[in-house]
Ligand binder design. Structure first.
Ligand SMILES: *Cc1c(COP(=O)(O)O)cnc(C)c1O
Length: 468
């Protein structure tokens, strides 16, 4: 064994205690850590022949990179849709690393950790009030991969409607690929997608400051397809104003038209946890596939999301992701292996942070997190609406505040104002364009955020105003 590795093995207790101490120090200081960085771009170091061991690497890392680590997991990082990590989620994430399972099967000898993943999906379906037996879900890195996974199955369905096996033939059937000894996963990659972004037909949004689909226009567009099968991608929470498509109305179209219904509910899915907002999702259990992010409102560390595809489509799902061309025997759920049901082959136990957090806090815990975030969004929105300097661009429908500087003449200053605000390092928000206007987005998805944090943010907004 390499001498340095041997030393680290001997010092394992010391090393992990040091990591614990480091983690604790970081999390204890999270409220005071800056939400933005003005560190200079760094010089990159080189690989040494002789390593330094884990403790020295940790010390060197701290010295060099401490300034680069922003308080993204803290209570006032409201950019993008950034969640956080609950204590139990950290337990799960750390242990997933320590256990280092390759999560594939539910029965077998080498590993059966897929049972934990399937149980976690079940817990999530219960949390979200979706039918427990209807969906086959799996964890992927983010909503991007979740959308990707759902649409791969949707594409397979669309092909089947036209008598085509697209995973095998590709979309056009004319693109040829050469290789000598391709790994099975390379062949799997060739099977994926090829739908073509320019084939997307835009449906109008509803009038009156909405981002939800106009159902009349949708139906018009469907009629123009003359009965051809299609995929419908609907939104369960748009990013700027968290508007929801009308899922009840869409589910009523199911009997009349032949389509695959996908819902991107990356963070809006968690409206299901708050009784007063669950109606936004009414009808969503009719969807063929659903995308949900966990590293947003479930507050587990990046990278974590899951996707759901109706179990009735399991053969399509398997046709899309099958890792080998082994003849398929019987029901694929009887000899289940995740590697035939989602994009990745080898995977860590991605479900563990979610499992721990769900067990630790239950549905009431998540109701409190979700309702707390919504309350915080409303508090910020009230400040924006009631003052003279800012203007709300859309009503707060859930957890995001989309606003701008008041007055047409200040439009040019909005992004500079945001730069100054973020540079103060106490609160972080992100730029957007909404309805043709330069705007600022604050998304509330962190369990730690309190009313005091909103007050601190308001102080920062006022302070930044004086600098512009
Ligand atoms: C965040 C988000 C995505 C992308 O998710 P990642 O986790 O960044 O991959 C997709 N759709 C919606 C609605 C989102 O909010």
């Amino acid at each position: 064994m390499n001498e340095i590795l041997k030393g680290d093995l001997n010092d394992l207790e010391l090393i992990l205690n040091q990591v614990k101490a480091e983690g604790l120090e970081f999390l204890k200081g999270i409220n005071d850590r800056r939400t933005s960085t003005n560190a200079e771009p760094m010089e990159y170091s080189n690989l040494e022949a002789q390593g330094s061991g884990a403790l020295a690497a940790l010390a060197a890392f701290k010295t060099r990179f401490d300034d680069l680590i922003v308080a993204a997991t803290g209570p006032r990082y409201w950019g993008f849709v950034t969640g956080g990590s609950t204590p139990a989620a950290i337990v799960g994430d750390w242990l997933a690393t320590v256990y280092d399972q390759n999560t594939q099967t539910v029965k077998g000898q080498g590993d059966i950790s897929a049972n934990i993943e399937l149980e976690t999906i079940r817990l999530l379906l219960q949390l979200l009030g979706l039918p427990e037996d209807a969906y086959l879900g799996g964890f992927v890195t983010g909503a991007t991969m979740s959308n990707f996974s759902c649409l791969a199955v949707a594409r397979q369905w669309l092909g089947t409607q036209q008598g085509q096996d697209i995973a095998k033939t590709g979309v056009s059937g004319t693109l040829k690929v050469l290789s000598a000894m391709p790994h099975s996963s390379a062949v799997k990659s060739l099977a994926l997608l090829g739908l073509g972004s320019q084939n997307l037909i835009k449906v109008k949004v509803m009038p009156g400051n909405r981002e939800a689909m106009d159902m009349n226009d949708l139906e018009q567009q469907i009629l123009e397809l003359n009965g051809a099968p299609f995929i419908l991608i609907s939104s369960g929470g748009t990013v700027n104003t968290v508007d929801f498509d009308d899922f009840e109305a869409i589910s009523k179209l199911r009997g009349r038209y032949n389509f695959w219904w996908h819902i991107d509910a990356a963070f809006g899915a968690f409206a299901a946890c708050a009784p007063a907002y669950a109606h936004l999702l009414k009808g969503w259990e009719q969807a063929d596939s659903i995308t949900v992010d966990c590293h947003k409102w479930l507050n587990v560390p990046y990278e974590n999301a899951f996707f759901l595809v109706k179990k009735e489509h399991r053969l399509l799902q398997m046709a899309s992701f099958q890792n080998s061309n082994a003849p398929y025997l019987g029901d694929p759920l009887d000899n289940f292996n995740y590697l035939n049901f989602l994009p990745e082959n080898s995977r860590r136990l991605k479900a563990l942070p979610a499992w721990f957090s769900l067990k630790a806090y239950g549905s009431k815990g998540y109701q409190d997190i979700v309702e707390g975030c919504i309350a915080r969004a409303k508090e910020l929105a009230a400040f924006v609406e009631n003052g003279a300097s800012f203007e709300l661009l859309a009503p707060v429908r859930l957890n995001t505040v989309c606003f701008t500087l008041k007055g047409e003449e200040r439009q040019d200053q909005v992004f500079e104002f945001l730069r100054i605000l973020n540079d103060q390092g106490v609160v972080f928000m992100t730029p957007t364009v909404y309805g043709g206007q330069h705007a600022i987005r604050a998304a509330f998805v962190n369990w730690r955020t309190t009313a005091d944090d909103v007050l601190m943010a308001i102080e920062q907004l006022n302070q930044a105003l004086k600098k512009i």
